[in-house]
Design a binder for this molecule. Structure first.
Ligand SMILES: Nc1ccn([C@@H]2O[C@H](COP(=O)(O)OP(=O)(O)OP(=O)(O)O)[C@@H](O)[C@H]2O)c(=O)n1
Ligand SMILES: C[C@](O)(CO)[C@H](O)COP(=O)(O)O
Length: 249
């Protein structure tokens, strides 16, 4: 892939510890079917013709290891760059974004922790940005009823209300942005943080919303789920085994 001719570049935040997955290596380096989650995620992006460059934000003390890992899994022929990530997901995205050449106009942000995102989702997000949206998120409807509660860790939590489920979506990645929009909201967030303002958000589209931008949703996919807890890894192994058996994935 050639960065200058790229339709889109992707940032892959991969610097998290994976506390909820339990003890072990940083989550992005844990294996799924014998291959690190990060490698699956980068391959998923590289499969899309819409993506010309991938920038991985690696654990700060693991940059050389991640470079070696990507090379050893046959990804050295792609335009893939590795930078040191930060203390929060938001900071890792900002650092990855800074490594993208100025001429790239569309940026996707994809969690290393979503290794099985189908290429159709990547393509759909990139296409929606190309068609004029400033921020795009893939999402799926919720299976469970959701209650808003008064948090009371470990004890009974009073229910405040039950949002209308038909208006709710569970949001995935990759999220897609006009590059200037994403850069601008990250800059504003940094300024706010330095002034002791609002805490980091949990996704990049949330920053666009915070600063008054417009975010639109396109269909996500149930297999784009995030590997967060141990059970997610069991499910991911099953999905991968099925793909390998059916189409040599
Ligand atoms: N300082 C951080 C924290 C998170 N991430 C990345 O953001 C993505 C989504 O975060 P999450 O699933 O919460 O990962 P962790 O922070 O590793 O998980 P946990 O909260 O369980 O520790 C992951 O690909 C993770 O590597 C990152 O790049 N830098
Ligand atoms: C970006 C994200 O994957 C969208 O669902 C999610 O918000 C990441 O949250 P996490 O708590 O950092 O896993």
């Amino acid at each position: 892939m050639n960065a200058t001719a790229a339709v889109a570049a992707a940032v892959v935040p991969a610097a998290g510890r994976g506390e909820r997955l339990g003890p072990g290596a940083p989550k992005a380096l844990r294996e799924l079917g014998g291959v690190p989650l990060l490698v699956h995620a980068v391959r998923a992006l590289a499969r899309s013709r819409a993506v010309g460059l991938v920038v991985v934000a690696a654990p700060a003390d693991g940059v050389a290891e991640v470079v070696g890992l990507l090379d050893s899994h046959g990804l050295d022929g792609k335009d893939i760059r590795v930078v040191a990530g930060g203390a929060t997901r938001q900071e890792s995205v900002r650092l990855g974004l800074a490594a993208i050449p100025a001429e790239v106009e569309i940026v996707l942000v994809h969690d290393a922790a979503r290794p099985l995102v189908p290429v159709e989702v990547v393509d759909a997000v990139a296409a929606a940005v190309r068609a004029g949206a400033e921020a795009v998120v893939p999402a799926v409807p919720l299976a469970d009823t959701v209650k808003r509660v008064e948090p009371n860790r470990g004890g009974p939590e009073p229910v405040l209300d039950t949002p209308d489920r038909s208006t709710l979506r569970a949001v995935q990645t990759p999220q897609g942005f006009r590059r200037e929009t994403l850069a601008e909201v990250h800059e504003k967030a940094l300024t706010e943080e330095a002034a002791g303002g609002l805490p980091p958000v949990t996704d990049d589209a949330g920053l666009v919303e915070r600063f008054g931008g417009r975010v639109v949703v396109v269909p996500g996919h149930e297999e784009a789920f995030k590997v967060t807890r141990p059970l997610d890894l069991v499910l991911a192994e099953a999905v991968l085994a099925r793909r390998r058996a059916s189409d040599g994935y």
